[in-house]
Design a protein around this ligand. Structure first.
Ligand SMILES: [Zn+2]
Length: 229
């Protein structure tokens, strides 16, 4: 079978293109890549920011210390912008007030990529975190969570959010990512500086304290007679 003219011609063309245009293609690709990066990352589709405050902790951490309590081993984050002059902080789990941060190193605020395009097609919804420019000081970015929508009356009553006179509850899928752990019985300390957060209200109570945690007894008298050790 005779060689196809296209093959001979194509091989010659390929050599000429590689030699003469390789550098130009490389430059062109670099320029396109830079333009794309600038478009996406610098006031384009996405904005890279670093969190600088503690108002959105624990969801978004600003400058902070990562601390492990030497008494109960509970791990938690401490805002690095509002430390007491003594550089000592307390453990939120056991109350140990002698955790020294003098030699601890500060972790920078978390980095976020903020999507600028979603709200061009729809409005923000309640409970969504949003980034916006503040009026005072001007042009600073603020990261907050949406609670009230336009023309709504917002109230906080006994810790609950009320909108237009109705208590607003989060559904489970919304609540779970926003939940903050306030107590972990796995890290109980032998010598607590604060009273235990969880304790029976009455002498006869179905909640029974174990070494790590609690157990709810259906029948306290039966459970007691069976023993708990
Ligand atoms: Zn502790």
């Amino acid at each position: 079978m005779p060689d196809a003219p296209v093959c001979r011609y194509g091989r010659n063309m390929a050599i000429r293109i590689t030699i003469t245009q390789k550098i130009l293609l490389l430059i062109l690709a670099s320029v396109l890549l830079l333009c794309l990066a600038a478009s996406v990352l610098v006031e384009g589709l996405l904005i890279p920011i670093r969190v600088v405050g503690a108002s959105m902790a624990e969801a978004f951490l600003g400058p902070h210390y990562r601390v492990a309590c030497p008494q109960c081993r509970y791990r938690f984050a401490v805002d690095a912008t509002l430390l007491p002059p003594s550089q000592k902080i307390g453990c939120p789990n056991c109350g140990n007030r002698n955790i020294d941060l003098e030699n601890a190193s500060v972790q920078l605020g978390e980095r976020l990529l903020v999507d600028r395009w979603t709200y061009r097609f729809r409005d923000p919804e309640r409970w969504e975190p949003v980034l916006f420019r503040s009026a005072d000081p001007p042009l600073d970015y603020c990261l907050k969570r949406v609670v009230g929508l336009p023309h709504e009356k917002v109230q906080i009553v006994a810790g609950d959010v009320w909108i237009n006179g109705q208590c607003v509850k989060k559904d489970w899928s919304t609540l779970w990512p926003m939940a903050i752990l306030i107590h972990d019985a796995s890290f109980d300390a032998p010598n607590r500086d604060i009273p235990p957060r969880w304790r029976p209200v009455t002498q006869v109570d179905r909640w029974e304290q174990r070494e790590h945690g609690f157990r709810f007894s259906r029948n306290p008298s039966t459970e007691a007679s069976e023993g708990t050790g």
